[in-house]
Ligand binder design. Structure first.
Ligand code: KIV
Length: 271
């Protein structure tokens, strides 16, 4: 059964229960009210107001130009039409350099309607995660490919491929959980590592190119509708194929994530 039923908003307690009952969690990005309303109607449990809006809305080649003010604007747009879904908003690049700055930025996103904030990084963010959680800001961490570090990484590359890199990432995930993170996004890592991290943690993992064994899945909305320019990453499936409306495509995504049909083997990475 889906958790997005009736009028009750989805809470972190529901999401933790879904993780322990092994019901897959669905997540998609949205940046505006129309899509927020549609995702709610289609039964998507969590909406990510991702800083991917830098790419898909603003036309930049990375997420680094996105500001807190812009994240606030889009979070407000999504929140206005949200009826049930759990809303996660990204802390953008350079908005959480120290605990006090992180709390200021997170407070703006929470006031705009976010239920949780997401930040990129592992053990180097432990102090910030702890500081936010102790001040009642729920935190989702993000490991693997970190889009805000694209200039440091030299491009969008699969992470955690070697044995050492994989065990280091597992340590990072455990450190984030111990610091109080209540959810973890895993991006572009081998499927076997997605499975291992999910097994070892008590909090839900949400995969994007992290294999079928994460607690849930997320895609950028424009990617899964096949309308993003350029060649899509390997982990993207175009759900408009075989569907005649955006609503039907999103409902198919929800069905396929719930049943485990998506992601398939072809969307994953080997270790
Ligand atoms: O900004 C975003 O959309 C994200 C997803 C890629 C997980 O962080």
């Amino acid at each position: 059964m889906g958790y997005l039923q009736g009028d009750k908003p989805i809470t972190i307690t529901n999401l933790l229960a879904m993780h322990s009952e092994r019901e897959k969690i669905t997540m998609l990005t949205a940046y505006d009210s129309t899509m927020s309303a549609l995702l709610n109607r289609c039964g998507v449990e969590t909406i990510l107001i991702g800083d991917s809006l830098g790419n898909v809305i603003q036309g930049h080649s990375s997420t680094t130009p996105v500001t807190v003010e812009q994240m606030v604007y889009h979070t407000e747009c999504v929140a206005r039409a949200n009826t049930h879904a759990f809303l996660i908003a990204d802390l953008p690049f350079a908005s959480y350099g120290d605990p006090v700055q992180a709390l200021d930025s997170a407070a703006e996103l929470m006031r705009a309607g976010a239920d949780m904030v997401k930040l990129e990084g592992g053990d180097w963010q432990v102090e910030i995660i702890q500081y936010l959680v102790e001040r009642s800001v729920p935190v989702c961490a993000h490991l693997g490919l970190l889009p805000q570090s694209v200039h440091l990484l030299g491009g969008y590359k699969v992470q955690g491929k070697s044995k050492d890199a994989a065990s280091h990432m597992l340590e990072q995930a455990l450190a984030c959980e111990a610091a109080g993170a209540q959810m973890l996004v895993l991006e572009a890592i081998p499927s076997s590592l997605g499975e291992k991290i999910t097994e070892e943690l008590h909090i839900p993992t949400i995969g994007i190119g992290a294999g079928p064994d994460c607690s849930g899945q997320v895609l950028v909305l424009q990617d899964m509708l096949g309308i993003s320019p350029g060649k899509p990453p390997k982990f993207v499936k175009n759900f408009m194929d075989g569907h005649s409306s955006v609503e039907a495509a999103i409902k198919a995504y929800v069905r396929e994530v719930k049943s485990g049909k998506f992601p398939g083997l072809e969307h994953g990475f080997a270790g």
